[in-house]
Write a protein that binds this ligand. Structure first.
Ligand SMILES: NC(=O)c1ccc[n+]([C@@H]2O[C@H](COP(=O)([O-])OP(=O)(O)OC[C@H]3O[C@@H](n4cnc5c(N)ncnc54)[C@H](OP(=O)(O)O)[C@@H]3O)[C@@H](O)[C@H]2O)c1
Length: 292
């Protein structure tokens, strides 16, 4: 193989490692997490599964038992306070519920370095608001992940100002989010829409799986078989959308034979306002996002 081509292949990885090394050289090379609940721990495990080493990471949580549990499981160092975590990190991940933001941001503001990178995963907290609370010079990456991140199958919408980050840092951001699923960069004005379509939607999908399984149980299947069948049907159908690139309408048409069973079911769903109910869910979700 042409050596220039090989060089090009390794260029992004080389830059990425150079970026990590430069973070170490400035003496504050860690990625720190404030909050080690569902999301914090899912992201931490994702990073560890994708080439990040325990010594590159750091976290804190208000619960001592949680700190001990996660630290002994992952070998990542836990510190006792938000301030200590923020001071020791070059990239800080805010993984507490939005209602704790005023308290946490007030606590860490004085110890953040100029230009520090802060990743926020809370709904409704804008880049402008975070800069106002932490200092205009802070570089904010706003993201909206979802709970399948716990299995490395998350979907995260991400926004940031590319003018504030180097190419190496953008590579870092890409690898950070790809370590627990897929990511899409969007404009900030679309972040509430991301909450509707992927942040909150796992809840609707679980409701759908439960209801589909109820239908199977109604006609004689065991609960466990019905749940497996419903969940696998959803997983397989999602893969068909993602991997064939076909429009969902076309895929639906492929299942509906003329005068058959599926079109009868589809017609019943339309009568009950199935699609309209999901769009109404987005309306309710966005209204709540805007109120946060
Ligand atoms: N879960 C989701 O589906 C989802 C999806 C997208 C985005 N998010 C966002 O992700 C963020 C984290 O959500 P989550 O579901 O992981 O929440 P979580 O499970 O409640 O985890 C937050 C953790 O932080 C701890 N904590 C609270 N105040 C703290 C402080 N001052 N310093 C350090 N730790 C503190 C909490 O302890 P206590 O339990 O004692 O309060 C808890 O262990 C939120 O902004 C949420 O909106 C969540």
């Amino acid at each position: 193989m042409n050596s220039r081509f090989v060089g090009l292949l390794f260029y992004p990885a080389k830059n990425f490692w150079r970026y990590l090394e430069s973070r170490k050289e400035d003496g504050m090379g860690k990625i720190g997490f404030i909050g080690m609940g569902n999301m914090g721990s899912a992201i931490l495990r994702g990073l560890l599964g994708h080439g990040f080493k325990p010594e590159e990471l750091l976290f804190t949580d208000v619960r001592e038992s949680r700190r001990r549990e996660i630290s002994s499981e992952t070998e990542v160092e836990a510190v006792c306070s938000d301030k200590e975590c923020a001071a020791a990190s070059s990239c800080l991940v805010l993984a507490v519920k939005p209602q704790y933001y005023p308290e946490v941001l007030g606590e860490i503001r004085s110890v953040l370095k100029p230009g520090q990178m802060v990743i926020s995963i809370a709904p409704g907290k804008s880049v402008g608001h975070l800069k106002e609370m932490l200092g205009e010079d802070k570089r904010i990456v706003r993201a909206m992940p979802n709970t399948p991140a716990l299995l490395g199958e998350g979907m995260t919408g991400v926004c940031y100002d590319p003018a504030e980050f180097s190419r190496e840092e953008e590579e870092f951001i890409g690898r950070f989010f790809a370590s627990f699923g897929r990511m899409e960069v969007v404009e900030e004005r679309l972040m509430d829409a991301v909450v509707c379509v992927s942040g909150s939607s796992p809840a609707y999908v679980y409701m759908m799986i439960e209801a589909m399984a109820d239908g199977g149980v109604k006609y004689g299947l065991s609960r466990s078989q019905a749940l497996t069948m419903a969940a696998q049907a959803v997983l397989g159908s999602a893969k068909m959308v993602l991997e064939t690139g076909k429009h969902p309408g076309e895929l639906k048409d492929m299942v509906c034979s003329p005068g058959g069973t599926t079109i009868a079911a589809v017609s019943a769903l339309e009568e009950q306002g199935f699609r309209s109910a999901l769009i109404k869910a987005a309306d309710a979700c966005i209204e709540r996002c805007r109120a946060l």
